[in-house]
Design a binder for this molecule. Structure first.
Ligand code: SF4
Length: 248
């Protein structure tokens, strides 16, 4: 369970249900009002050695950019979704390149607008589109704070077209197991040799937990038209990542 040291928040968040909920949930946590979640001066001025400490904060704001980026790997579009950054600290994470700018976990409370754009884009398209909603964060982790993944699946499952996909390095999958997502959600669980996870993927779920999560997802979550994808990442001096798709 992530217990933030401080909450940095934009004041508009209280105009959204999720914003109010999070402010209530963390009412005991010290709060600092900010102008813009993209530019927190106090964080920018900190030295890189403060990296781990900065990750103990939570930033809550309203997402202003909703631009979809075409993608030809795991989806048709990369979609800016409900969070960015992460509480973990994998040594190879591209977010590390931006120590003071966006490595910490930022939550965006205007989820209705983000999901609505996905649904409208999907319905307008002639082909069945897949949307990557986890390219900026880890939604299984985020769900432990916001319940956003449960909310997303509940509100997307009865749409006419489209699929959602996201990767994870976390094992807290219990809240989504009972959901009937109608085959519309594809989860990609990342695994690595135990030694690599222990030495490189700090703050993520350990291998045993991820394997158990895969087993639970396979039994309770996967639908006949669905797939479970294993991200097998071998991290040596250079990083290369192969994804194997195992149709069920
Ligand atoms: S879990 Fe993902 S987002 Fe978080 S630090 Fe590791 S690679 Fe980065």
């Amino acid at each position: 369970m992530f217990n933030p040291k401080a909450i940095y928040y934009e004041k508009e968040i209280v105009n959204y249900d999720l914003g109010k909920e999070l402010m209530e949930k963390y009412k005991e946590v010290p709060k600092i009002e900010i102008e813009n979640h993209n530019n927190i001066e106090e964080m920018r001025k900190k030295s890189n050695k403060e990296f781990a400490n900065m990750k103990r904060n939570l930033i809550i704001g309203v997402r202003k950019t909703h631009k979809f980026v075409e993608n030809h790997k795991t989806s048709d579009y990369l979609v800016p979704y409900t969070s960015s950054g992460c509480t973990a600290a994998c040594m190879y994470c591209y977010l590390v390149c931006n120590y003071n700018k966006c490595a910490y976990l930022r939550l965006f409370v205007n989820r209705e607008k983000m999901l609505d754009k996905i649904i409208k884009t999907s319905e307008k398209s002639e082909k069945e589109l897949t949307f990557e909603i986890g390219s900026n964060s880890d939604l299984i982790l985020e769900n432990t704070i916001t319940n956003n993944l449960v909310w997303t699946i509940e509100n997307f499952k009865n749409t006419n077209k489209g699929k959602l996909t996201f990767p994870t390095k976390f094992d807290m999958v219990d809240p989504i197991l009972p959901l009937d997502h109608q085959g519309k959600v594809i989860i990609r669980v990342s695994v690595n040799p135990e030694e690599i996870i222990n030495k490189v993927e700090f703050g993520t779920s350990r291998l045993k937990g991820r394997i158990e999560a895969i087993c639970f997802l396979t039994v309770f979550f996967i639908r006949p038209s669905n797939q479970i994808l294993f991200n097998l990442c071998f991290v040596y001096r250079k990083i290369f990542c192969n994804q194997f798709c195992i149709p069920l």
